[in-house]
Design a protein around this ligand. Sequence first.
Ligand code: PGA
Length: 257
Amino acid sequence: MHSRAIVAGNWKMNGSRAAIDEFAPALADAAAGIRCPLAVCVPFVYVSRLAERFADTTVAVGGQDVAAEVEAGAFTGEVSGEMLIDAGATHTVVGHSERREKYGETDAIVVAKTRAAVTAGLVPIVCVGETLEQRENDQVEAVLGRQLGALLDGCSAEELDRIVLAYEPIWAIGTGRTATPEQAQEIHAYLRSQIADRDATLARSLSIVYGGSVKPDNAEAIFAGDDVDGALVGGASLKADSFADIARAMDAVGKTS
Ligand code: PGA
């Protein structure tokens, strides 16, 4: 079985040409000694610059978000999967809680964007996660079951085979408050079991990564969980050193050999 491992960075609305030019050579150097597959997802306008900088490296480049529409046309402000591929991306973040919460993205929109990304040839990193209130009200499985169920219902088996699923508890994003390794493993196992109910082969091959305040000093403990296949890293992905250290933690737990 091929490795499910991946550590992806999510720069969110951060970065500049200067930041890319400092980050890329530093990460390229570090990546030469790292086995874990890496991807860095940046604002659309920086995708092609980062892809040029990583051209001779193993580091993949991603966008953040993608248009739900596949064909070019009158969709002011949207960026298609085909354009992302043209700019050098191989991945893109879809359904992040910031988009769901701040920009009204529904499960249906997330499914449409996931399918559009796969159609274009991208690997969508599709995010699911619960709020603190939902966790405190014992609604974690109901919320995740709904978000995941929409994907399982709305995408074909071939499409699902192309995605990376990211479990990102909203209360852990950018808060410095990480899920404990036990909480992360418990939810990853739940997600995998829900997938297995539909498709056991897919459940075995699908990458499920954790996101929410992953840092070099907590990564190894989180990665130790059997069903944790890597991370989607926000703040700590902005610096090549901390991002590389997180990826090294995947190598250290033996999931990339
Ligand atoms: P964080 O963000 O690592 O800064 O918490 C994770 C994410 O939102 O993808």
